[in-house]
Design a protein around this ligand. Structure first.
Ligand code: GLN
Length: 508
């Protein structure tokens, strides 16, 4: 090829197309998800469906399970028929159609919408994660981990703005405008990806039609069959351990919404209100600033290669700027303010966007243990987050209907959970891309997400019974269980590290 590939911040510029595409998709996913339970349980007079918390959480559990289950099908379809890129385009537009359906106010369109998001995510999520890895060849391995960390920042930038903006608009203006906002940004994201495809060249194209169906004894990628088999086992072990992580992680989110629901009843006035408003504005302005900076880097570093897509990007980010400022202005103008129930959900993605570059530096320069050790540390940190919650909940009597944990403990728990997530989730994506043979790449990302599906379903089921659980057990003991389980799983995985290293055959 004439000249070296375009790079920005040491990464191929095509990574930023993936960054923003995934950002808008996660914007729509997390934005809508933040509203789902609140919408279903809110009274019909307030535009909701008046469901019980138990029913709503159950539907939420099914939904979040299916969204992470279909990637195994979508990954396979990409490997066999469509290729990763066309799957992402198709998936993106199907998701957008789903969010458009959710905008309308009928039962039928609601369920059709959920179904479309589930199908679209199956095509989109594993394959966009796979394309990230396809950008790096063997001589460029060093950048891969950093690339996945940046990509994961995109995931969480999307989650941050999705939860805050869709959450705010949905809760305070109208549920359907909240859902509609998710649709608008998903459409922009899918268009932006579609228009900038030229930047990928041959990467992510359709697979070789004549390639035989997968045969485990067959040589893939010129790698001996036993090495391929061992590495596939390693992928399954990594993925399996994520069940413990995502189960507890999602459970924390669920229980915290309950505490947060209580905070919404506490009107913030006077000093605490002002302090909250200032913290809230800083929290919004920092990610907005980081994104704008990234966009400028992108424009300066060869972004002209996909100008039309850039125009969409600028428009979309201007939309984010505008909406964020409008949201903050509205909050400041109000005589008194309440913490919206969705506010706690954004803490995790906020911390992630801030901490990701530091973790990336740490792995590069200071401490870079093997994958199983990182995963183990991640699980232990998650457990420690629950220890903070357990301690914070000691004063809450068993069966208390309204429970309050100091915001301090909730914040510390989210901080530890996010640190754990950074040891496990972007690291895991990078390992899948290194361990999976090229012809099974989409499918293996599907395997990775299927374990999240299992975890989400279990979390949804325990979440549905949280009221009953809190009547029978004290919350402190409940959280203690979630302290012990991930820590035990983490230690087990660290002990398995020498075996895992053998299975990976030299992949670091
Ligand atoms: N926050 C991650 C994402 O949405 C979690 C994915 C998962 O595996 N559960 O990409």
């Amino acid at each position: 090829t004439p000249g070296a590939p375009h790079t920005i911040l040491g990464q191929p510029d095509s990574l930023f197309v993936l960054f923003f595409t995934e950002m808008w998709e996660r914007f729509s996913y997390y934005g809508m998800r933040a509203l789902l339970v609140l919408y279903l349980i809110s009274e019909t007079s307030k535009g909701g469906w008046g469901w019980s918390r138990e029913d709503a959480t159950n539907l939420y559990g099914w939904y979040t399970m299916l969204v992470y289950f279909t990637p195994i099908l979508g990954g396979y379809i990409a490997d066999r028929i469509l290729g990763t890129r066309r799957s992402v385009v198709l998936g993106g537009f199907v998701i957008a159609a789903g969010h458009i359906a959710l905008f309308f106010d009928t039962q039928t369109t609601f369920f059709v919408g959920l179904g479309l998001v589930i199908i679209g995510t199956g095509l989109f999520k594993p394959n966009i994660s796979a394309i990230v890895g396809q950008l790096y060849d063997k001589d460029n391995e060093g950048a891969r981990d950093g690339g996945y960390t940046l990509f994961y920042m995109g995931v969480n930038a999307g989650a941050f703005f999705g939860i805050s903006l869709c959450g705010y608009i949905g809760e305070k203006i109208s549920w359907h405008f909240g859902f509609g906002l998710a649709a608008v940004f998903m459409i922009l994201g899918a268009l932006q990806f579609w228009l900038s495809q030229g930047i990928f060249g041959k990467i992510g194209g359709p697979p070789d039609k004549n390639a035989p169906l997968v045969d485990p004894t067959e040589k893939l990628d010129d790698t001996p069959a036993h090495v391929v088999r061992d590495r596939l086992i390693a992928i399954c072990v990594f993925s399996f351990f994520t069940i413990f992580f995502w189960f507890a992680f999602e459970q924390a989110g669920g229980s915290m919404t309950i505490f947060a629901a209580d905070y919404t009843d506490r009107t913030l006035v006077g000093t605490s209100g002002t302090v909250f408003k200032i913290v809230n504005s800083l929290m919004t302005l920092i990610p907005v600033g980081i994104l704008s900076w990234l966009l400028i880097q992108l424009m300066r570093g060869g972004g002209k290669r996909y100008l039309s897509a850039n125009l969409l990007l600028v428009a979309a980010l201007a939309g984010i700027w505008g909406l964020s400022l409008w949201m903050l202005g509205r909050e400041f103008a109000m005589e008194q303010s309440e913490i919206p129930a969705t506010w706690f959900g954004v803490l995790n993605s906020f911390f992630l966007v801030i901490l990701a570059p530091m973790f990336s530096k740490m792995w590069e320069r200071h401490w870079n243990p093997s994958g199983p050790v990182k995963f183990g540390v991640g699980l232990v940190l998650l457990g420690l987050g629950f220890a903070a919650l357990s301690y914070g909940a000691t004063g809450i009597p068993q069966g208390a209907k309204t429970a309050q944990i100091s915001m301090m403990f909730l914040t510390v728990a989210y901080l530890l959970h996010t640190m754990g997530e950074l040891c496990l989730s972007p690291v895991g994506l990078s390992y899948i891309s290194k361990l999976a043979p090229a012809r099974l790449l989409g499918l293996m990302f599907g395997v990775w997400f299927v374990n999240s599906a299992i975890a989400n379903k279990i979390a949804g089921s325990t979440g549905a019974y949280i009221d009953r659980i809190s009547e029978t057990y004290s919350m402190s003991i409940f959280f203690l269980i979630f302290t012990i389980i991930p820590i035990a799983a983490g230690i087990l995985l660290m002990l398995l590290s020498p075996w895992m290293k053998k299975l990976m055959h030299g992949v670091h």
